[in-house]
Design a protein around this ligand. Sequence first.
Ligand code: SF4
Length: 331
Amino acid sequence: MRKPPIQAWKALWQWIRYRRVPLSVTFVLTNRCNQTCSYCDIRTDRSMEMSTDAWIAALQEFHSLGLVRASFSGGEVLLRADLSRILSEARSLGMTTSINTNGSLLADRWPEIAPWLDMLVLSLDGPREVHDARCGRRGSFDRVLEAIRLARRSGVPVATIFVADRDNLATLPFVMEMGAREGFFVYVQPRHASCFSVDQGLGDLDSDFLQHLGHMLERARRLGLPIGASRSFVATLLDPEQVPSCRACAAGNFFATVLPDGELIPCHLTRREHPRDLVAQGGVEKAWRSLAHPWTGRGCLIAPYQELNRMFHLDPEAIRSALMRLAGRRR
Ligand code: SF4
């Protein structure tokens, strides 16, 4: 059962005391993965994983600090056998829940997962041949499509994330048209050179690439295709000099990430530049209070982080875009 008024008071109290409230947290339950996506190095990190009880204790502590949105990801999050137990705890605490998955293991687990899920987020990088080649697994595209249809039949909203680089950019219209047919939103973000280091930036993706991507998203918006990006995110792609730096980011103040071993950091990309603080050692409140803001990073174009960042800065376009995604409407 949701308890928004109580959470609102808790959040307000955290804001009065510390000027920071963990309203949205990504819980990375595992770095293990059953795919080898060409642009992802998360699986190369072999951190230990917290137990079910430790994750549940962390959720309860975050709840007491005002957390309202819990997102669960990996690696491949469905490799955790206890995912439904953790999701059900988040829901029983009144949180809104989502999982990010490659979809390959979803069909068998759907009956145990679906009752606790508010949003399903899937990786989808192009049509069948392109997607399967990028993630190193034949049949992956078909599993994603199966997962989309399962979720839509169950009434669970679906978004996909398209990681764009020079190899798959031309296939973006295919995915957006598929979104219109199958009923899901498409987030698009340029590939970053490392999932763990903001300072490695976008590698060989230059301003021309970003502007081309921005124009594709603008055209899609005009056609009424279901893109997840707000107008302000698209505007940043069109003028890459304006990418906000980490100093201006709400990560660490309003949203954060917990890694598999309990390390609390502002976001994935600040991992290597950030001191470790384990929620499993001193507790969530101590880790949250001592979380250092990522002052020095050059900023990123990770779509979900940047939409959150804009919302917490009360950007009307980002808020409008989020409300439309919630309502399942195209803009
Ligand atoms: S801009 Fe924000 S989300 Fe992006 S790397 Fe910096 S702190 Fe992380």
